[in-house]
Design a protein around this ligand. Sequence first.
Ligand code: NAD
Ligand code: UDX
Length: 467
Amino acid sequence: MITDTIKKICCIGAGYVGGPTMAVIAQKCPDIEVTVVDINARRIEAWNDDDLNKLPIYEPGLKEVVAEARGRNLFFSTDIEKGIREAEMIFISVNTPTKTYGKGKGMAADLVYVERCARQIAEVAKEDKIIVEKSTLPVRTAQAIKSILDDAGNGVRYQILSNPEFLSEGTAINDLHNADRVLIGGDGSTVEGQAAMDALTKIYERWMPREKILQTNVWSSELSKLIANAFLAQRVSSINAVSALCEKTGANVEEVAKAVGADKRIGDKFLKASPGFGGSCFKKDILNLVYICRSLNLDEVADYWEQVIMINDYQKHRFTDKIISTMYDTVTDKKITFFGWAFKKDTNDTRESAAIYVADKLLEDKANIHVYDPKVSETQIFKDIFDLDTRPHEETKKALKVSKNPYEAADKAHAIAILTEWDEFKTYDWQRIYENMQKPAFLFDGRNIVDARELKDTGFKVYQIGK
Ligand code: NAD
Ligand code: UDX
């Protein structure tokens, strides 16, 4: 029997979405027991660490929420079967990366992890359950999940809901507390389907105004998530395309963004020029959208969205080319310091960060790179470059260094490139940095965060995006 009063939730996947999302549900619903399970024992161990600074994810406000709920009604465990067996509602929050093999390689979402979850649920479950797709999935995935579950043949009945997550990393806790909307897709044409949607609605209603909780059919919900990310990424690519035009014409991209964004119909968000968007979602979800459109013979629609990715790649190359051409067309044996490696500020996540691609290109041109990032570990930075598989590891180890101190990282550098907009970069003693650099001292501000006029007065040769 599917009940509308949920007492036990299990979430499969303790990552950037599963961890914070479940922590907030547990915080807001102290009477619901929330267990987050994962196959990655190290990750679970880190979630359970007494030292809250060792949580696997850095996210402002997260450790306070975990401190409040963990051990009370929030649990992290590797016992996936127990989690599944005991829960009335199961969230699937596993990764859905771009396929790296076979059909749809480089484009389609790899659903292997999602399918494994569905099969494990089918194997273990003894009582009726509500299954919630939290992962971002191609439209109509719910059908596949339902078919796997229904064919288990053990009489257990399932309701499949789509409840995509819209949080942004770096602001996840605030986004979860004050979401613009919560989307719940389900089968409203049946009593059981509606009951399942209402059960999930009731959970979010604990802290979200009812009018912000949207109930739709499953396919609209699945598709809305892909489209929301495509629209956001499209804005970044639009402003980045404009930044190239600004540099050729003497216009200033920040002034243009302000003037254009002042129009209420356009709005001022997501108009910051950058060295290209990164993160685990935008590229993957647009590639998936393009793949779906092509599979449905909608080539014109696919081409339209594909341009968003093409402009993003162009922007990453453009930033790198600017560094090389400004430094007299050679960076061989020159020390270039990277301030920032994460794909945006306030996160330790580096997936698809522009920094990785800019570094790789500069290494190709035989530059020496020293990285400083306040939250990303040395191991992660090397892993990101090794994963590209562009050169022998030994070669990378000679040319790439990571420092825990920004002044040390910039010591005797020929240039500094700002790749992430960490606030602390604005408050550095830039005079001191300048004095210890090689001259001319170049500064490539990929995020337009420093005061260019002041730094030019200090002596820096400053390049900013779109100016
Ligand atoms: P992640 O890689 O951080 O976490 C996924 C976790 O799932 C991993 O810890 C992995 O070990 C675990 N996992 C995989 N298969 C499993 C299985 N069979 N059983 C148990 N655990 C398993 O990924 P993420 O960033 O949290 O993203 C998860 C989903 O949410 C993706 O579909 C993503 O597109 C979507 N999403 C992500 C964000 C974001 O900001 N990261 C935002 C919205 C939506
Ligand atoms: C994104 C969506 O915003 C979120 O709703 C969804 O759930 C997951 O994907 P996220 O990738 O965490 O979130 O961060 P976001 O703030 O969207 O930034 C993505 C990338 O775009 C970052 O590299 C960021 O630096 C870049 N960006 C963003 C810009 O370059 N300019 C902008 O104006 C905004």
